[in-house]
Ligand binder design. Sequence first.
Ligand code: NAP
Length: 456
Amino acid sequence: MVLPLYVQGAWFIGALLFIFGLKGMSSPVSAREGIVWAGYGMVLAIAGTLLIPDLKNIGLIFAALGVGGAAAWISGKKVQMTDMPQMVAIYNGMGGGAAAAIAAIEFARGEAHSPVTLTLGALGALIGSVSFSGSCIAFAKLQGLLDKPYRLPAQNTVNVVLAVIAVMLGAIMVIMAPAHPALILLFFAVALVLGVIVTLPIGGADMPVVISLFNAFTGLAVGFEGYVQGNPALIIAGIVVGAAGTLLTQLMAKAMNRPISNILFTPMVASGPGEAISGSMKELSALDAAAMMRYASKVIIVPGYGMAVAHAQHKVWEMAAILEEAGVEVKFAIHPVAGRMPGHMNVLLAEAGVPYDKIFDLEEINGEFAQADVALIIGANDVVNPSARTDKSSPIYGMPILNADQAHNVIVIKRGKGTGYSGVENALFYTDNCRMLYGSAQPMAGEIILQLKAMG
Ligand code: NAP
C-alpha cells in the first residue's frame, strides 16, 4: 500500500528530529534539549502511524500506548540516578523485543516478501531476540536479582553452537517462507536462549559495556524491521541507535583497555598475585583536609562511583564553590569509565550545577595533576590506581588512569578499605603523599564545608 504523504512526512520529520536529538546529546550542555527533540520525534512518528488509513486494532494500539506510557512515566519519575544503568538495560531490551515481535508477526502472517526482505527480517528477529533476553539478564544482575555469574562448562562452545543453530533455523525460515509456525517458534526460542546464555556468565562489572552492545544490537534490529515494514522513521532511528551504540561500546572497551571479545567471553580476573604494596594508609581529619585545600592554589577533584552512591554531588559542588570564593582554582577531572555508566559523573555534576568549563576529560587534565597542590578523590578507586600502569597481572592493567598520584598531596574520601569495581588493592592509598578521610562522601563533604566556613 502506498501511504499518504502526510504519514510519510510525519515519519520523515520524526526521523530528522531523532538525528537532531542525538546531536544534542553529544554534549552535556545540550543533552537535555536533545532528549526533548528526540521525544518530539517519537510523538510525531507515532502520530504518523495512527494516521495510516484503515488502521486496524486501534483499541489495542491505544491500550499499549497507555500501559507503556504510564509505566515509562512512573519509572522515569521514580528512578534513582544510581539505578539508571538497569533502567537503560530494560528499556533497551524492550526495543529489541519490539523489533523481534514485529518480525514474528511478519513471519507468522506469511505474506509474500522478497528474499532480501525476509533475510533482513530474520536477522532483525535474531538480533532483537538476543538483545531482549540478554538485556533482561543484564537488568536482573544490575538490580541484584541475580548476584553471581553462571558459567556453563565449555561456555564458549555452547554460545557458538546455539548461534549456529539459530542462524540455520532463520535461514530455513526464509527459504521455506511461509514457514510452519512450529519452526518460527523454535527459531525464536533458540534466539532467546542464546541471549540468556551469552549474558549469564558476564560479571556485573562488565555489564554496562554489554548493555551498550545490546543497545547497538537493538538499533540494528529496529533498522532491519523498519526495512521490512517500509518505515523510514524506524530505519533511520535504528541506524542512529545502532551506530551510536557501536561507537559507545568501542569507546568504553577502549577506556577499560579490554577488547569487546574479552569482555564477552573471558571473566575479569587477576592473572597473578599482583605487585606487592608497601607503606600504610594514613588518616587525616576533615579539619586538616579543609585547611589543606583552603590554603592551596589549585585543587583537582576526582569523583567516582562512591560519590554517585552517596548522592554527594551537590555538597561537593558547594564545597568547591566555597574554595573558589577563597581564591583556590578548582577543577573536576572525569575518567571516561568513572562510575557505572558512560557519562555518569558528567550527568551528576551537571545536575548539581557544576559549570561545564570546570569539568575536564582525562586527556585534558592529566598533565595538570603535577601542578596541583591537592587531588581530592571522592569515592573513586580504580580510575586512579597507578598499578594500571605497571602491574601486568592486574585486571585493570593498561587502563589509562587519572594521574592523581602526581599531585603534591592526595586526599581520598571513602568509607573504609573497600576495593573498587575491579576488586584490586590501590597502591596510591599507601603512598607518602596520600591521606585517607574515612566516611561516606556526602557527610564528609558536609563536614569539610563546615570547617571551611569556620575558617572564614
Ligand atoms: P570504583 O573503582 O568502583 O571505586 C569506588 C569506591 O567508592 C570504592 O572503593 C568504595 O570504597 C567507595 N565508596 C563506595 N560507597 C561510598 C560512599 N558512600 N562514600 C564514599 N566512598 C564510597 O569506582 P571508580 O573509580 O569510579 O571506577 C569505576 C569502575 O567501574 C572502573 O573499574 C570501571 O572500569 C568500571 N566500569 C565503569 C563503567 C562505566 O561506564 N562508567 C562501565 C563498566 C565498568 P569503600 O567501600 O571503602 O567506601
